[in-house]
Ligand binder design. Structure first.
Ligand code: BTN
Length: 236
């Protein structure tokens, strides 16, 4: 069902889909060896190596807009299910994949909408075989190769992730949210102290809607998608 299209270089795979979604089929997967203007969340830049995996999936979902943020969790779980075959990994809600307290992958989900949602772009960057990452990143980065001391076939990882994504995304489309139970098992933030809007709170869990449950002073609160700043692992 996927149609994989490879490019040697692109400014950004997400950008390419946003500019071409009208002529591309749903489930087109745009893969590139090099991004010259890779985008991260919150306007940040995503710098990747040729040895890493950089791709975006085009979706044209018929989904209630409240469910769109869950696509990010579907992507996170798909990546974790695959990376976990090599090494223990966790999901730092809502978008990052963590191995040994370092970021190994990031997800950028963007929607193009007019009155309705025209398309959703699921952009994924996974550090596979890179050996050096900037030390200035907010969270330290790593790659599979750095963690395993082994070169990994990135094509296999891509195919495995697409297979996982297909299964879990269909569950979401069919309104079966039981996959959230699996995300809970990979919850990197559980019991950690984080800053939300400069306030220190404690993360308790992820609820059945995929939102974060925190303890703010004595009060339990539900946090929707947004930036969660983690205490202690930020650059000192
Ligand atoms: C983040 O951690 O801030 C999200 C990073 C997302 C990077 C991927 S790489 C493929 C796709 N194209 C982009 O320009 N960004 C995403």
């Amino acid at each position: 069902m996927y149609k994989i299209i490879n490019f040697p270089t692109l400014s950004s795979t997400n950008q390419y889909i946003k500019e071409n979604y009208k002529t591309l089929d749903e489930y087109s997967v745009i893969v590139t060896e090099e991004q010259t203007n890779g985008k991260g969340r919150l306007g940040r830049t995503w710098i990747s190596h040729n040895d890493d995996l950089t791709f975006s999936i085009l979706l044209k979902p018929n989904l209630d807009s409240s469910k769109i943020p869950l696509i990010s969790l579907v992507a996170g779980l798909s990546i974790c299910n695959v990376i976990n075959k090599y090494i223990n990994c966790e999901i730092k809600w809502p978008n990052d994949i963590i191995v040994n307290d370092k970021k190994i992958a990031g997800i950028l989900v963007e929607a193009v909408s007019s009155n309705t949602i025209d398309c959703v772009v699921v952009g994924i960057g996974i550090n596979i075989n890179g050996l050096e990452y900037s030390k200035d990143l907010i969270m330290k980065a790593t790659s599979l190769r750095l963690e395993l001391n082994n070169i990994i076939d990135k094509q296999n990882i891509l195919i495995d992730i697409l297979e996982q994504f297909d299964i879990i995304y269909q569950e979401l489309i069919n309104n079966n949210l039981s996959f959230i139970n699996n995300i809970r098992k990979y919850n990197y933030l559980k019991d950690k102290e984080v800053y939300i809007n400069n306030e220190k709170v404690k993360v308790l869990d992820i609820n059945n809607k995929g939102n974060l449950i925190i303890l703010d002073k004595e009060e339990t609160k539900e946090i929707y998608f947004g930036e969660v700043t983690l205490n202690n692992i930020y650059k000192k």
